[in-house]
Ligand binder design. Sequence first.
Ligand SMILES: [Zn+2]
Ligand SMILES: [Zn+2]
Length: 363
Amino acid sequence: MAAKDYYATLGVDKKATQDDIKKAFRKLAHKYHPDKGHADESKFKEITEAYAILGNDKKRREYDTYGQAFPGGANAGGAGQGNPFAGFDFSQFQQGFGNGDIEFDLGDMFGGMFGGGRQARTPRGRDISIDLEVPFQDAVFGTTRDVLIGKISTCDTCKGSGAKPNTEITTCTTCNGSGKIHETRNSILGQFSTVRPCVDCEGTGKVPKEKCEACKGHGVRRKENNIHIEVPAGIDNGEMIRLPQQGEAIKTGVAGDLYVKVHVKPHPVFRREGSNLVMDLPVKLTDALLGTTVPVATLEGKTLEVKIPIMKRAEELLRVAGKGIPVSGTHRGDLIIRLEVALPHKLSGKAKKSVEDLKTEGL
Ligand SMILES: [Zn+2]
Ligand SMILES: [Zn+2]
C-alpha cells in the first residue's frame, strides 16, 4: 500500500487545528456523501479514513511521527487491510449529515475499521473449522461423511427462546421491548445518538418469566450434532468445504459457518498433478525394447489394456485421456503413465550370452 497523505486528502495544512480538520472533513463529507450530488464512495472512504486519524490527537501524533506504518494505523489489523471498510454499512450515513445529527457510533465504527475487529452488524455465531481425512479415491470420485461435532446449538427444549416451555414471555422492561439501548453523548463532531443491544434481553426485546432449565435462558447450549458433509469429486488436499450456518448458534442473529479442511491420504500407486493422475509402471527391458500390451489397474478398480509401443523410452509418458481427476461436471483430466524400465537383478548364462550378442550389434 502506497503511503497516504491524510493532510492532502482533507486539503488541510500540517499545522491545521482540530477545528480546521473537523471543518474540512465535514465540508468534504457533505460533498462526497453517498446521498449527495457529487457522490463518490471511494473519495468518501478516503476522507473518512483520513479524518479517523487526523481527527484523533493521539493517532495524529503517531501518524506525524511514524507515517502510515504506525501501529493502530490503516495498515494494522488483518481485516482492515486493503479495504478498511469491508462490511461497513454506508447506509448508516444516510440519515446523518443532512440534518446535523448522526445516528451511529463513530468511535465504535473507527475502532472496528482500524482494529480489524468488527465486520458485520448482524450478530453471528462463531465459525468452526474441523479437519477431515479422506482416502485418495474418495477425493477423486467424491464421497459423503457424517461426523459428530460438539458445538453451541439452538436449545431443543425452548427452541431458542430461552423460556421454560409453556411459560409466559414478557416484554423487557430495560429496553421496553425494542432490544436496543439509545444513548446520547457528546463528541468532537457534535452530539451523537448511539445504539447498543440491550444486555438484559440479549437484543430480543423479550424476557422469559421463567428461564429454560436446559439452557439457563441462553437459548443456545452445547450439544453433539450430526453433520452431513458432501465431499465433491476432485477435491484436492488442503481444500476447504464451507457449510453455511453450520457453525455455532447464537440466540439473536445467524449461526456461524462450518469449515471442513480436507486432508487427502496419499495413494500407494497414484498421485495427483493438477487434474491428471500419474502412476509409475515398471516394465521389463525386453518389453520396452519389443513393445507389448500390459494390464493396468485404474483407480476405479477397472483394468485397462495399455499398449507400450516398441522402444518407448521411459521419459516419454503414456497418456490415457479422460481417466484422471474430475475437474468439472463432465470433464476429467488424463491418466499419465510413466514407464520405469527395470533392469534384471541377475542374468543366466544364456541371457548373458544374448546380451553379449546385443553388444556386438552396437547396443
Ligand atoms: Zn432452552
Ligand atoms: Zn431489553
